[in-house]
Design a protein around this ligand. Structure first.
Ligand code: ATP
Ligand code: MG
Length: 404
């Protein structure tokens, strides 16, 4: 038997059924329950039309009403309730033009991508599994529902989803499904960059980021790469030690692609994938710095980098170096960050106000003095004391260093 359902989910299923509708858990949550994993979201498929679902529950959000989805808000969580449906015609392998609401569950399961995602479960734990999802789940196999060529032609994103689930679950892709990916890969060029980015993120943040190599070698990223390199596995598997969110894995991924000639400019690559601009800056700069590092910097070296570049790019640089060159970079950087030693002017035990009292005029000169003090403190953290810094600033004021 599987883990018990949260009360708010069970209430949704029961309320729908009490009113004479069919209602089942579907998709990822069923897959996760059957693997004894805690689902991170709850999807219910029902015979009720969206308006009927809206009328049944006091607190709802019409999330995707056109596609049949209503979010039902419970006391401690939410449930996505979607009317049984199938896609109408697909225009160009991107997104369906329309959806058609259905009366029964089986057809709804038939439009889903993979057998392991095409199961339903009622609140007693009874499973509906028309495509052999349980067997594939047990054997660790990603297999399309129906003819894989057709399914990928309908929606090219499914090819990236296949790689994503294989990375997240550690599953293998069944041969027919894999051949179809190789055949249909060029259709991925028509996908929106945002959808590609979201799946690639999930691959990179998974326990098996090296599976991103499959996305590259299948040709699913061709629209974003200048060539299709091989042998990324060893380097990409080192991404697994990096943080599972944020920039580190993206930065290191860029650096590996650049080293193998698959991209020439990490910034352009990430812009093409519509990453957020702060993230692009940190990753692209970090990928460059990480490649340039020669050996693990000493603490003053890290602090100078942190001062000049800011924290985010330096974290990315350490991650990149760790992947390209070997271990130790991140640990050394973390030690510096935890030491509390100053690497930003605001971390000095003296501020602009104090310098003005010493006669420094507000503006460039004051900024330069703060920087001079910081550069000293970076090399001599023990001197980050107010009294010492005031003395030093006074001395500098009396004997200004020659202009460079
Ligand atoms: P996750 O745990 O990452 O949320 P998930 O299986 O729930 O995984 P979702 O993207 O949330 O994935 O989609 C929910 C369900 O909708 C899937 O399990 C699948 O049945 C179906 N689905 C989602 N995207 C597609 C698609 N492009 N083609 C066919 N079915 C899809
Ligand atoms: Mg989901």
């Amino acid at each position: 038997m599987t883990a018990p359902l949260p009360r708010y989910v069970r209430e949704v299923l029961q309320t729908l059924r009490d009113k004479g509708f069919e209602a089942f858990l579907v998709g990822g949550c069923v897959r996760d329950l059957l693997r004894n994993k805690r689902p991170h979201d709850w999807d219910v498929a029902t015979s009720a039309l969206p308006e009927q679902t809206l009328a049944l529950f006091p607190r709802t959000v019409p999330t995707g009403i056109r596609h049949g989805t209503v979010t039902v808000l419970g006391r401690t969580g939410q449930t996505e309730v979607t009317t049984f449906r199938r896609e109408g015609a697909y225009a160009d392998g991107r997104r369906p033009e329309e959806v058609i609401f259905l009366k029964n569950l089986e057809e709804d399961l038939g439009r889903r991508d993979f057998t392991i995602n095409a199961m339903a479960m009622d609140e007693t734990g009874r499973v509906t599994d028309p495509f052999g999802g349980r067997t594939d789940l047990r054997r660790g196999i990603i297999r399309c529902v129906g003819d894989p060529n057709e399914r990928f032609r309908e929606d090219a994103l499914r090819m990236l989803r296949a790689v994503r689930f294989s990375a997240q679950l550690g599953f293998e892709t069944e041969p027919e499904t894999r051949f179809a990916i190789l055949r249909c890969a060029s259709l991925a060029a028509g996908l929106s960059a945002e959808r590609v980015r979201d799946e690639l993120s999930r691959i990179l943040y998974s326990p098996r980021p090296e599976r991103a190599e499959d996305a590259v070698t299948y040709g699913l990223l061709d629209a974003h790469l200048v060539s299709r390199p091989k042998d990324l596995l060893k380097e990409l598997s080192r991404l697994a030690v990096l943080r599972k969110t944020g920039d580190e894995r993206w930065a290191a991924f860029c650096a590996v692609l650049a080293r193998h000639g698959a991209i020439s400019d990490p910034g352009a690559f990430l812009r093409g994938l519509r990453l957020e601009s702060g993230q692009i800056r940190a990753c692209a700069r970090g990928a460059f710095l990480g490649k340039e590092l020669e050996g693990i910097p000493d603490p003053p070296g890290w602090k100078l980098l942190l001062f000049r570049e800011g924290e985010a790019p330096v974290l990315c640089a350490a991650a990149t170096a760790e992947v390209l060159k070997g271990p130790g970079y991140r640990r050394a950087l973390r030690r510096v960050l935890r030491s509390g030693e100053a690497y930003r002017p605001e971390m000095l035990e003296i501020d602009g106000q104090a310098l003005m009292q010493l006669g420094y005029p507000e503006g460039k000169e004051l900024g330069e003095e703060l920087r001079r003090l910081l550069e000293h403190v970076i090399g001599h953290p023990e001197d980050n004391r107010r009294e010492f810094l005031i003395n030093m600033a006074e001395g500098d004021r009396r004997n200004p260093s020659p202009k460079p």
